[in-house]
Design a protein around this ligand. Structure first.
Ligand SMILES: O=C(O)C(=O)Cc1ccccc1
Length: 277
């Protein structure tokens, strides 16, 4: 029942947060089986803009991390781009590393670069091992690694993937420095296609309106046997107490989603029904 997600990996042109070596690139390769072509962009909004303007036919964006939580800027990007749908999800285990120029010792390091999520994930390790280092936010983990490589300054290090060591000619000074061994990031695969409705692993939508209407919605979900997987609130920017709720569920048919929308004070935007890789 309903339209399923259809993806031709060979024909996929995928925009993502670059440069080469980001975790998002790993997510792209996992989802599209290493097929298709990948176009790196400086920021997530630019990668999504590439999709909406037709430079790519998919965009992959980080959405939530075990340690850092929702990447709120990227949730906002999804909310702001009203004509994109979610066609897939990737869950990627994340292991963080401290990358340096070859021959750098821990004592040399004064500055550490990473993406906001990489900084959150390495926080405990940094507090213990480099308590006096300045931590500087980069647009991505790979951008931080590239900054260290290009700068040729042995007082600098980056928190990034092991793959970035190869890409940028850096050395792994410490491996597995994330605070938690179960560290994972969830990524969304976006498209401009009409959202699929056939039953799948997950179903996502945005409910916009007042917080006071949320208990009724979740009670209704419970009654229909729908499992809540994640719920993120972002301000609707109208008045305090009004939100866009990004809601992801499992065990939810499109028919049951439609039941939720009936007789509710929220405004709904359906994002799609899709599988998790
Ligand atoms: O900066 C990256 O490599 C990203 O893809 C964003 C990110 C950063 C840290 C963990 C997961 C995703």
């Amino acid at each position: 029942e309903g339209t399923p997600v259809q993806i031709d990996c060979d024909a996929a042109t995928v925009s993502y947060l670059g440069p080469e070596g980001t975790y998002t690139q790993e997510a792209c390769e996992k989802f599209f089986d290493g097929k298709g072509s990948y176009l790196p962009y400086e920021t997530v909004p630019k990668a999504v803009q590439a999709l909406t303007e037709g430079e790519s036919n998919y965009a992959v964006i980080p959405q939530e991390n075990t340690i850092g939580g929702a990447v709120i800027d990227y949730v906002d990007t999804l909310i702001a781009n009203e004509n994109v749908s979610v066609v897939g999800e990737v869950e990627l285990p994340i292991s963080q590393n401290l990358l340096v120029l070859p021959g750098t010792a821990l004592e040399n390091i004064k500055t550490v670069y990473s993406h906001k999520q990489g900084i959150a994930q390495g926080k405990e390790w940094l507090a213990k091992n480099l308590p006096n280092a300045d931590v500087i936010e980069a647009s991505s983990t790979a951008e931080g690694a590239k900054t260290v490589a290009d700068g040729k300054d042995k007082s600098c290090a980056a928190i990034a993937s092991a793959g970035c060591a190869d890409v940028y000619g850096l050395e792994i000074l410490a491996a597995g420095i994330q605070n938690n061994d179960k560290n994972k990031t969830r990524f969304y695969v976006l498209s401009k296609d009409v959202p699929a409705t056939a039953a799948s692993d997950r179903l996502a939508f945005i409910a916009s309106g007042s917080a006071k209407d949320l208990p009724k919605l979740t009670a209704e979900m419970d009654k229909l046997g729908i499992t809540l997987v994640a719920l993120h609130d972002r301000p609707e920017k109208t008045e305090l107490g009004n939100y866009h709720y990004l809601i992801e569920c499992s065990a939810c048919s499109y028919e049951n989603y439609q039941k939720l929308t009936q007789d509710s004070n929220f405004t709904f935007r359906y994002l799609g029904s899709y599988s998790v890789k």
